[in-house]
Design a protein around this ligand. Structure first.
Ligand code: SF4
Ligand code: SF4
Length: 438
């Protein structure tokens, strides 16, 4: 029994040292919150080990000791890794992108107009594909196969409301009526959350974030961006592809525009300029901004993936001249998870998502690419937006205890991604074969 006591003392001492080292490493890496958490684990771990030891000495109850020891080992394993930055944040800024090159903007060009002729004179390589797409029934039109009048009406009404909200936010009012609070960033985050956002962060605006066409439209003094994510309903997204998920997507844009409008107004009441970036009025590319604001990572799906809602979110941003403390990018092990998962690519009916084994450098950033023409062609074929990739992403599943535990394991130990992918596969019994291209 005496030997056993020494054994436990040595084990708990080693565990303590391990946690202390992990806490110092975290502190050096800038993760103060995680360091504090590790110290709490350390204290609780020690207490549990010593209670187990005491119980063993008094009652000689071996199973109690083992049962208490295993969770400690599990906690040690989960918390051993300091948080690293997302690869996207380590690379130089992206090259500015011309908004007129997006497939949605191109679909606004009407044959026979001067704009149409000018654009395809510059980009003859896109004309054949785009003309074929134009010949298909528009998404949500009565001629499309998935047409449902109520969903089509709701979708149109949402986008019309978004356009109205975005126009309302033209930088005319600047009341200057309220003093700027010292902690403006946390006040604005609270405003955003109470207006309906699930995640709000602050990022410094990079000139590479602004669409080429948007240069000159974003005030040069607007150096900061409040970036936010509004979740979409799980059940509605799970019905994709179809009219219900399409109208949920439109509702998401509307909720995002409302949050943005509220934030814009709050900032202007502090006497600073603010510009809302909502659907169809984006002057900046939001996913990289959202990454820098700490909202999530870019996954294989080519969209922002948040830890709690996956890609099942709509993004919005308000750029402003108000000085705000920026947040830090986060990493929760998504890159490793995406390498092993590939569900979005395997299920994508348009075969638009990269099956490459890892992200590649594209326009200055390292990421998996998505072919927008193939994706949009599928939308036109079925007559609604698609969203299958949003629905199948394991990070889009409900944020319940089990999924939180799996995500936590992957966050702290990317090596756990393989196990988490297997568990997801077991739970949801599915998957067409995922074949990587290279
Ligand atoms: S929306 Fe559909 S077609 Fe487009 S990338 Fe996602 S799964 Fe593929
Ligand atoms: S479905 Fe899998 S591979 Fe695709 S973004 Fe989600 S986690 Fe990554």
């Amino acid at each position: 029994m005496e030997a056993l006591g020494y054994y436990f003392a040595a084990a708990s001492g080693a565990a303590g040292l391990f946690m202390l080292t992990a806490a110092v490493v975290s502190l050096l890496a800038g993760g103060q919150r995680r360091a504090a958490l590790k110290m709490i684990y350390l204290t609780v771990g020690y207490a549990v080990v010593w209670i187990a030891l005491l119980q063993l000495v008094v009652t000689r109850l071996w199973p109690a000791g083992i049962a208490l020891g295993l969770p400690i080992l599990w906690a040690l394993w989960l918390t051993a890794r300091p948080r690293s930055l997302n690869p996207l944040s380590r690379l130089p800024s992206a090259e500015p992108f011309d908004r007129r090159d997006t497939v949605f903007s191109r679909m606004q060009l009407h044959p026979g107009t001067a704009e149409y002729r000018r654009y395809y004179a510059r980009h003859p390589e896109k004309k054949g594909t785009d003309d074929c797409l134009r010949e298909m029934p528009p998404v949500g039109s009565p001629e499309s196969p998935a047409y449902r009048p109520e969903s089509a009406l709701l979708t149109r009404a949402c986008f019309s409301a978004v356009a109205h909200i975005a126009k309302e936010s033209a930088p005319t009012e600047s009341t200057g009526s309220l003093p700027r609070p010292a902690n403006a960033a946390s006040v604005l985050k609270e405003v955003g959350r109470r207006a309906g956002a699930a995640l709000v962060g602050i990022a410094r605006l990079d000139r590479g974030d602004i669409y080429l066409q948007g240069h000159g439209e974003v005030d040069t003094d607007e150096e900061m961006a409040v970036v936010y994510a509004v979740p979409m309903d799980y059940q509605a997204v799970a019905s994709a592809p179809g009219p219900r998920s399409m109208s949920e997507s439109a509702l998401g844009y509307l909720r995002a525009a409302t949050v943005g409008r509220t934030l814009t107004s709050a900032i202007r009441q502090m006497g600073h300029s603010a510009h809302l970036h909502a659907n169809n009025t984006y002057l900046a590319v939001l996913p990289p901004l959202a990454v820098r604001a700490g909202l999530g990572e870019i996954g294989r799906i080519g969209l922002l993936v948040t830890e709690g809602y996956g890609p099942r979110v709509r993004l919005g941003a308000v750029t402003t001249g108000l000085p705000l403390a920026p947040d830090r990018p986060v990493s929760f092990g998504l890159q490793e998870y995406c390498r092993r998962c590939g569900l979005c690519a395997a299920f994508c009916p348009g075969e638009a998502i990269s099956r490459a084994s890892g992200p590649r450098k594209h326009r200055g950033v390292k990421k998996w690419t998505v072919n927008p023409e193939r994706c949009y062609e599928y939308w036109r074929k079925i007559g609604t937006d698609c969203g299958v990739c949003l629905k199948v992403c394991p990070y889009a599943r409900p944020d319940d205890l089990l999924h939180r535990a799996l995500r936590r394991a992957v966050r702290n130990r990317p090596a756990a991604a393989r196990l988490a992918v297997k568990i997801d596969e077991l739970l949801y019994r599915r998957r067409p074969e995922f074949r990587k291209d290279g």
